[in-house]
Design a protein around this ligand. Structure first.
Ligand code: F3S
Length: 754
């Protein structure tokens, strides 16, 4: 009979489906008649329809069925609100929500967590009740960082997961294809729609030799980032292979995959090996280990499969690297770093070293850092620079507390912060350096963009292994090289650090610590989702109205936007992110960055009915409230940037009907379709010039909309003249159903109740 192995210890009734991969691949292999890489096997093994799927790397789009979904607290809010508006009883695949992004580091773990619980109460209450209602696992504030919890509990070899966070690829360290997505994709999957992904290319990284000494897995990705740059992985999955893999710990492989997000890769992935097996055993998942071993033939690349590009790195020769400042791909080998600091006039004093985060807070990382701190303590030294530690999870925190690493780090002057993102996402109430002051910090995190950690654009942030960060904290200097330089101990004698050492896995097993998990209750019907009607951060969504079946007529041009119009122009970030769970409030940023062709200004447009001038969101709402739809006219690549679903929800909420452009960024175009809007293109891009900002338009041919049909845009000019312009669209039959029903979610709800 079929083997039944639970996907996780927390979901005993959900099973790993390796048989589907096997069956799908049998079909795909026959069709493609070639060898497959590892990521191809896992992806094609999750195809919605292996018989008909168009499979061309870097060209076609795949419809996939992920095994699970993970959301962090900032991005989960709108995703869950949308899901609720569909009226479905439960999520379609196992899903978890993690409270990690909203906890500010101020004085230390316990107090910071209490403050966060207070400040974010309404968000946490909503997430706790909404997850309970719809069958989602909920990880409370203090439980840890999403990616650490995922690898400890949910990731499994050969699985496919999406997560609403960029560093979801962390699970590649356990052989899972895990991709960071926008909220709209998560909503699709939990509502049982297939997930669409551009068929990725495959970049192979061949690892030879053996890692040792001060070189860590982090240095592999720091090096790869230097080679490929922040753009080099775009549209590709990075697959590691070769004998060097055997010298990397499972959590070390996760570090490499995690930071693969910095080179734009779809995700990164390692083949199944013994180190993964050991980690599965250590996290009480030996059944999964055994199942994966039986399935190993599908958990590695076919001999002779072709990559689009191959890089080779000899681990025996790989030096530790330090990347930055301001960009994660500026890679400098440690031996050249002191010179680079001088040559570039980077601040040579180290202000703060920060270890931990989702990238580097494994037991191995923490014990290696502790070994360095212990050696410094043996010579009577304390941290010269500031020193913070963010454990990735409650389990890591409890285990290093029990095993003594935490005590060593604290005695050295380290401050242990809450198990959360903290300074990595700018949740850092930094007091040691006034804003605007030039200074250097070094972290074991993954990103170092300007201002990311402390909102000070003058801070030079560097990323490195936790080992280097810890060593440099004792030197207090950016020019210190622990491999060659000495420090002076309290006794006045010079000493050099020995090579760091640490256990890959805790010899006494992991200590789970406090229970911070809330399983969905048996009786979900009686759960009330808590949304305070007075909240300015959260608001329930109403389903959008279905299309009335008629050609839209007499629609004012809301704004004719000139030049670049990215998702940041359409839905600004920064302070607005606070309102991402409140569509009405966040809609006050709708298109406020777009430049109006009528006057060259941002957020100043004319209401064509009243003649008054005002902000874009205000005028849009006036049209809506008087029963009028409207259109936006856009230039090229409209909606490029992030996958932010708010950029499509807001115009729809404010009553928009269509967005007509020379061309769209594809993800935004799809997001508009999902929300029931009409993204349309000028058949002749030059026709963009014919539209006047004072036009009222008719859309003729919406009633007969079909794949590849044309729509006529009738421009009714202010002077009484009119002209007709041909428009095209990219709706397929399924997407047209979204439009007719008012949104993709409405369509799913209808299908579920039928
Ligand atoms: Fe959080 Fe930073 Fe990771 S924001 S999820 S710790 S990259």
């Amino acid at each position: 009979g079929a083997t039944k192995v639970a996907m996780s210890n927390l979901e005993k009734d959900k099973f790993i489906n390796y048989q589907r991969i096997e069956d799908n691949l049998a079909v795909v292999r026959q069709r493609l008649n070639r060898k497959l890489t590892l990521s191809e096997k896992v992806l094609y093994g999750h195809l919605d329809n292996p018989h008909d799927a168009d499979i061309r790397r870097g060209a076609s789009y795949l419809k996939l069925r992920p095994d699970r979904v993970a959301c962090q607290d900032a991005t989960a809010q709108m995703a869950l609100l949308q899901f609720m508006s569909a009226g479905l009883p439960t999520v379609a695949v196992p899903t978890t929500v993690h409270c990690d992004h909203l906890i500010e580091a101020q004085i230390g773990g316990v107090k910071d967590l209490a403050r966060a619980n207070d400040i974010n109460k309404e968000v946490y209450d909503f997430l706790a009740t909404c997850t309970a209602k719809y069958g989602i696992g909920f990880w409370k504030p203090g439980s840890g960082i999403i990616h650490q919890i995922i690898i400890e509990n949910y990731a499994f070899p050969g699985g496919l997961m999406i997560g609403t966070d960029s560093h979801t690829p962390n699970a590649g360290g356990l052989g899972m294809v895990a991709v960071g997505v926008g909220g709209a994709d998560a909503v699709d999957v939990i509502a049982n729609l297939p997930w669409e992904l551009k068929c990725p290319k495959a970049i192979g990284v061949k690892l030879t030799g053996k890692i040792s000494g001060w070189t860590t897995p982090k240095d592999v990705i720091l090096k790869v980032a230097g080679i490929l740059t922040v753009k080099g992985g775009t549209g590709a999955i990075i697959e590691y292979f070769g004998e060097g893999v055997e010298s990397l710990s499972c959590t070390g492989m996760a570090t490499i995959c995690n930071m693969g997000a910095e080179i734009g890769a779809t995700t990164s992935l390692f083949p199944y090996n013994k180190r993964m097996g050991g980690y599965l055993d250590a996290t009480n998942r030996s059944e999964i280990r055994k199942y994966a071993e039986m399935f190993q033939h599908n958990l590695r690349t076919d001999e002779g499969a072709e990559y689009d590009q191959v890089i080779e790195i000899n681990l025996s020769e790989l030096e530790p690297h330090i990347n930055g400042p301001y960009t994660p791909d500026l890679a400098t080998p440690l031996s050249k770093f002191a010179d680079a600091v001088k040559a570039n006039n980077w601040p040579a004093d180290l202000s703060v070293g920060l270890i931990g985060s989702c990238t580097n807070s494994s037991y191995e990382d923490m014990s290696r850092s502790a070994s360095i701190a212990q050696e410094a303590a043996d010579h009577g030294l304390k941290a010269k620079a500031g020193f913070t530690i963010t454990p990735g999870s409650e389990q890591i925190r409890a285990t290093i507390e029990r095993d003594g690493q935490m005590e060593i780090l604290e005695k050295a002057g380290g401050v242990v912060l809450a198990n959360a993102c903290g300074p990595c996402i700018g949740q850092w109430d930094r007091q040691d350096v006034p804003k605007g002051t030039k200074n250097s910090i070094i972290t074991s995190y993954n990103r170092n963009f300007t201002g990311r950690n402390d909102a000070n654009p003058a801070t030079h942030a560097f990323v490195a292994s936790p080992d280097l960060v810890t060593a440099m904290v004792f030197a207090g200097s950016m020019t210190f090289n622990p491999m060659t330089d000495s420090l002076t101990g309290a006794d006045g004698k010079e000493f050099k650090f020995t090579d760091p050492s640490g256990k890959e896995l805790p010899p006494r097993g992991y200590d789970a610590g406090e229970n911070t998990y809330q399983a969905p209750p048996e009786d979900r019907a009686s759960v009330n989702v808590i949304v305070d009607p007075k909240s300015d951060r959260l608001q329930l969504l109403n389903a959008f109205k279905p299309w009335d079946g008629k050609d839209p007529k007499n629609l004012p041009v809301l704004i004719k936007a000139v030049g670049k119009c990215t998702t940041d122009h359409i839905s600004a970030g920064g302070p607005w992110l606070k309102y991402r769970g409140h569509l009405e409030n966040i809609s006050q940023n709708c298109l406020i960055g777009a430049i109006n062709a009528a006057n060259g200004e941002a957020n100043n447009i004319q209401n064509l009915v009243t003649g008054e001038w005002g902000g874009v969101p205000k005028v849009a709402a006036e049209y809506r409230d008087s029963g009028k739809g409207w259109v936006v006219i856009g230039d090229e690549n409209y909606g490029e940037g992030s996958s932010r679903e708010h950029a499509a929800l807001e115009p729809r909420f404010l009553g928009g009907t269509a967005v007509i452009t020379r061309s769209f960024a594809r993800i935004h175009e799809t997001n508009l379709k999902k929300q029931g809007m009409l993204p349309l293109n000028f058949k002749n891009p030059a026709d963009y010039e014919k539209v006047q900002p004072t036009d009222f338009v008719d859309l003729i041919g919406v009633e007969t909309l079909a794949p590849e049909s044309e729509v006529t845009l009738r421009l009714n000019h202010k002077d009484g003249s009119s002209e007709d312009i041909p428009l095209t669209h990219t709706f397929n039959e399924g997407q047209l159903e979204w439009f007719r029903h008012g949104s993709a979610l409405n369509k799913m709800a209808k299908a579920a109740s039928a």
